[in-house]
Write a protein that binds this ligand. Structure first.
Ligand code: AMP
Ligand code: MG
Length: 424
């Protein structure tokens, strides 16, 4: 967090209210402290999937490299075609993808051509094969088969020009980008190093899968949802297990996490009552702010620094962990791992298929199931919306985002939804 404002300055800001922090405000405050990693490594294009480009990529070639055919058909000179009538042309050869025709078209000539094949010299237009009939020694082109010169011809460089900046540093590398890099012959790229994220769960009641539960104990699920969300972001994860509510053990866990990671994420221990105790500990190890967010679920959130690592103290309830991760942590990690244009997941409108209950005063992220309807999309809440009901996250394919001022809504109302799984 070098060269960033101090957390103390921030807590003195005019509109700072730690007891009812608006989600947008908390996001903006956190953003000020995020400086991306700078270390770079070179990896093969396939290994770059999910990573962030650390270099500008300039295309060494034009893509496509030559004018070529968009269709299977006949390469012709547009000027030869008789308007409003059939035209008979002489066949002088073939152009296959990867095996171009060597000669040049003269007036009255045609070349049989296939998709992706280089346009023969002299030809400017392709007649699709469905609009032409091969005849002995030539082709008969139907009237009106093409309407303008250049039709069905792809131009050299229409995707990328030689010398063009294809990507800037900060570009996330998804399947399309891997393909584009390959299309310009790039086999290896510089990417930012992976972000190291350490996490642990806090709570005397928690047991790790594989052990037997005693009365009052529960299995720790947060380390599994966190693992999944972090792995999807391409982070290197360091799972420090369950830490009981014992100050010495918590302190040791925080120290180990901060020494080995760029980011430390915990769950539990930040709700009222527990927070004071964690607060004292974190005051000693770093600088941390505790916020009661004006959102549901996910009211308590701690953010700050432990040693040199960024720290996110998430609530303990399993749904609240996922919601606060998606609302705050995910984009922060994307910025830290070098992404330049981090945009929030888009919201769009859908019609409520069932009423929702809500008290004004906080933003709510209810879990919903979005299905296509006659006039767009329809969304139905998953049912019980308690922050401990993790099955509501599993059943959901979207959040229904209900703004602060909204109260109860009847079926049929238009609401904002945010899909949980994007295509890329
Ligand atoms: P806390 O914030 O520690 O008071 O936790 C709030 C609620 O979340 C309590 O019911 C905890 O038992 C539960 N909880 C905390 N951590 C976990 C976890 N890692 N897995 C499942 N439930 C948890
Ligand atoms: Mg606890």
């Amino acid at each position: 967090m070098n060269a960033s404002p101090s957390l103390r300055d921030l807590s003195c800001a005019d509109d700072y209210d730690p007891n009812s922090m608006p989600v947008e405000r908390a996001r903006a405050l956190i953003r000020q402290f995020l400086s991306p990693v700078t270390a770079i490594e070179r990896v093969h294009v396939r290994a770059a999937l999910g990573r962030v480009l650390a270099d500008t990529i300039v295309s060494p070639i034009a893509v496509p490299g030559h004018d070529n055919s968009a269709m299977d058909g006949w390469a012709v000179r547009f000027a030869d075609l008789v308007p409003g009538n059939t035209t008979t042309l002489r066949r002088i050869g073939e152009s296959f993808a990867g095996r171009p025709f060597a000669g040049e078209l003269q007036a009255g000539e045609a070349v049989r051509i296939f998709t992706g094949a280089v346009m023969p010299r002299g030809a400017d237009t392709v007649v699709m094969q469905e609009r032409a009939e091969a005849i002995d020694g030539g082709v008969c082109v139907a009237a009106g088969a093409v309407t303008k010169p250049g039709q069905n011809r792809r131009l050299a460089g229409e995707d990328l020009a030689s010398g063009q900046v294809v990507f800037d540093a900060g570009q996330p590398l998804r399947p399309a980008e891997l393909g584009m890099l390959a299309s310009i012959g790039v086999a290896e790229v510089a990417v930012y190093r992976r972000l190291r994220v350490a996490f642990f769960s806090t709570g005397d009641e928690l047991r790790t899968v594989g052990s037997t539960l005693r009365e009052g104990e529960i299995y720790d699920s947060n380390r599994y949802t966190l693992y999944g969300m972090l792995a999807r972001l391409g982070c290197d994860v360091l799972d420090l297990g369950v830490v009981p509510d014992v100050p010495a053990q918590l302190e040791a866990a925080f120290a180990a996490a901060a020494a080995n990671a760029d980011v430390v994420i915990t769950s539990g221990g930040v709700s009222v009552g527990e927070a004071d105790y964690v607060k004292a500990l974190l005051g000693k190890l770093g600088e941390v702010l505790f916020w009661k967010l004006a959102m549901k679920p996910g009211r308590p959130l701690a953010y700050g620094r432990v040693g040199n690592a960024h720290f996110f103290g998430l609530p303990g309830n399993p749904v609240a962990v996922m919601v606060t991760f998606y609302a705050f942590v995910r984009d922060a990690l994307r910025i830290l791992q070098g992404e330049r244009e981090v945009q929030p997941v888009p919201c769009f409108k859908a019609r409520l298929a069932a009423p929702v209950r809500k008290l004004p005063g906080r933003v709510e992220f209810q879990r919903g199931i979005l299905v296509p309807a006659d006039d767009g999309y329809e969304v139905r809440p998953t049912g019980e919306q308690g922050s401990a009901i993790l099955s509501s996250m599993s059943r959901a394919n979207c959040f229904i985002v209900l703004p602060t001022a909204t109260g109860d809504l009847a079926a049929g109302a238009l609401v904002d939804v945010q899909v949980l799984e994007g295509l890329v």
